[in-house]
Design a protein around this ligand. Sequence first.
Ligand code: URA
Length: 432
Amino acid sequence: MRIVDLINKKREGGVHSRAELDAIVDGYVRGAVPDYQVAAWLMAVCWRGMHVAELADLTRVMAASGQQLDLASIGRPVADKHSTGGVGDKTSLIVMPLVAACGVPVAKMSGRGLGFTGGTIDKLESFAGMRVDLDAEAFVRQLRDIGIVISGQSADLAPADGKLYALRDATGTVPSLPLIASSIMSKKLAAGAQVIVLDVKTGSGAFMREPESAMALARAMVDIGTAAGRRMAAVVSDMSQPLGRSVGNSLEVAEALDTLAGGGQREFTEFATDLASTIVALASDGALGRSEVDRALHSGGGLQMFRRLVEAQGGDTRGFDDRRCLPRARVQRVLTAEADGYLARLDALMVAHASSLLGAGRERKSDPIDLSAGVVLAAKVGEHVVRGQPLATLHANDASRLAQAEAVLRSAVEISAEQVAVAPLILERISG
Ligand code: URA
């Protein structure tokens, strides 16, 4: 099979067989197919797209390029949750323990965050000593022992994706629905969960700005997972303003703990319990649902499960009882409202940018991250505010970063004399 013929085929809108996709992907991983040919093929995919079955095949070929976890030994369906990434998105820290507390085992392999704030793994490192680099054996053992495990992605998980993503990044071929869907789902399939629930974000702080693109991506990923025999569901959710009240790693951990202790922001708590209910229902064929999740929240079972997770991975759990034991920034500055009115806009992207200026994010994987930096919001869109009232607190260790971050945060805010309608957090639900 000549790779140039496959490039020509895709350029003309042809549909690849699994063997053809294997020739490209496997050949690339082995070093037998050069970058320039794969780059040309990726660009052809960007323009021509992929058919549903073809995309499912591509994803399976990518998933099979490295180690694939076999979680069958757990004896029950194992669940995973994935978000395409948002500002203040600490949902996994609440959903995973709630689901585990309902008796559904949960296993998540997560990448580190790039851009505005850290990812789930960075956030968990707010618990000093927490190990997030478990090997496959330790990962499965902990899952079997306590029913919950969250760790960084093993190096051998879908290596084809790592190599293809680096090439996409350098060749302008990241924004392609089939390439994004196969990239995310190859890692999810290789990580072995039978139940996968996806949260696809849309809005200014999301990778997919337009709801239509987010819905198409969610549909494509649900179809890929379903074709691979997994139980799938997805939501498309709003990311025009940050999720919950905090943005920044240890600040988000504190909010997750407060939420599991019953003191979370109402909309955010509702969102997290909704996702947890979807997962437990899928995993149990409907035998479990909202009432079990609510019980896990109100009884403290979810919080207890989170503590067990941190303990099992060697983390310092003192932050559960005393939030001052989590990383704390040296300086705080309060941003106040400049007028009376209704908060009409709290642009997620700008809040993220401010948080990143304070030190909460990273540009490159190797960059350091300041776990304690970020922004805590005192008001959300739709709420009434009066002049001089605190809108947000900026947290930093480097006081020289505050002025620029404050200016950026100020530009995220708009106050209107008119009452404003607030969009629901969940815009669409997609089932397998
Ligand atoms: N996240 C991924 O893992 N892959 C993409 O292509 C885009 C976002």
